[in-house]
Design a protein around this ligand. Structure first.
Ligand code: NAP
Length: 258
């Protein structure tokens, strides 16, 4: 089972969840730096299962070598904005590193991962994306004029058209609270953004990613996801029931990107 963006905050938790189920999964971790590789090694991933791949620069053949033998891929890569240092008061400004814009990472980089996964006939791709994609004027699109949600949405549509089995998850705001204490809430078309509480712990998102690999009702689904507040509603482990209760997928005729 491969995880890209494995040294990122959610990716690392996904790898930890896979490591906790050794009878089912042996994670293969895709990172882009030596520091990332060291981090994965320190949590117990064998060096031979860690591959250095910058998805904006790699040849498809390198990615193919890394994913050969894997059953599925969980994509946790995303362009990471950099804050411009400033001593002036006012809102912070952000830029994208040269060659690491959302178009290059969240569109072309995801597209390459999907193509390689399809060519290798992997059983499934789970794509971690974001809520907000229905609105081209969403404030996240303004960050460094990167249109990040637009590029993510394009990659999602590419995956859906690829013929592969997929699950696309649009989490609400990610927080680092402890997982396993809140009820999952699924939705579509950014309707959950109307909730006053619209976050999800990364640990819960990671748990959901792993369960999407094997739960039949999660196949070919694109959904939004948040959790309820801690203490309100029981955490569910019935992932099949959770997806089966969702009548529809997100509607990509809203703000289409292909
Ligand atoms: P994150 O910590 O920002 O991780 C992003 C990962 O992508 C990192 O591992 C990074 O590598 C990797 N990456 C970036 N460019 C790459 C490249 N060119 N080649 C290979 N790897 C590359 O992620 P997160 O905050 O956990 O978020 C997970 C996902 O949820 C993202 O798609 C994010 O946009 C989305 N999301 C976030 C929020 C939020 O509130 N933050 C809300 C909704 C959705 P390094 O480790 O080397 O930097």
């Amino acid at each position: 089972m491969a995880v890209s963006g494995a040294s990122g905050q959610t990716g690392l938790l996904v790898v930890q969840k896979l490591l906790a189920r050794p009878d089912e999964y042996q994670p293969v971790a895709l990172v882009r730096s030596e520091e990332g590789a060291d981090t994965l090694c320190s949590i117990g991933v064998p060096r031979s299962s860690i591959h250095s791949v910058d998805i904006t620069k790699t040849e498809a053949s390198t990615l193919k070598d890394a994913l050969t033998g894997c059953r599925a891929l969980i994509i946790c890569t995303s362009a990471v904005p950099e804050r411009v240092p400033s001593e002036q008061p006012g809102p912070p400004t952000f830029v994208w590193k040269h060659g690491q814009t959302p178009e290059q990472v969240d569109w072309l980089g995801q597209k390459l991962q999907i193509e390689v996964a399809r060519d290798l006939c992997l059983e499934k791709v789970v794509l971690v994306s974001s809520m907000g994609g229905c609105n081209k004027d969403h404030m996240l699109n303004k960050i460094g004029d990167g249109n990040i949600l637009q590029w993510k949405r394009r990659a999602e549509q590419y995956l859906m058209a690829s013929g592969m089995s997929y699950t696309i998850l649009h989490p609400g705001g990610l927080v680092n609270d402890k997982g396993g204490e809140r009820a999952f809430i699924l939705g579509v078309d950014d309707q959950l953004l109307n909730n006053s509480h619209r976050t999800i712990p990364r640990e819960d998102l990671a748990e959901l990613c792993v369960n999407c690999l094997a739960v039949p009702a999660a196949t070919n689904r694109s959904v939004d996801v948040i959790t309820g507040p801690a203490g309100e509603g029981k955490p569910t482990w019935d992932f099949q029931g959770l997806f089966a209760a969702m009548p529809q997928n997100c509607d990509y005729t809203i703000n289409p990107q292909l």
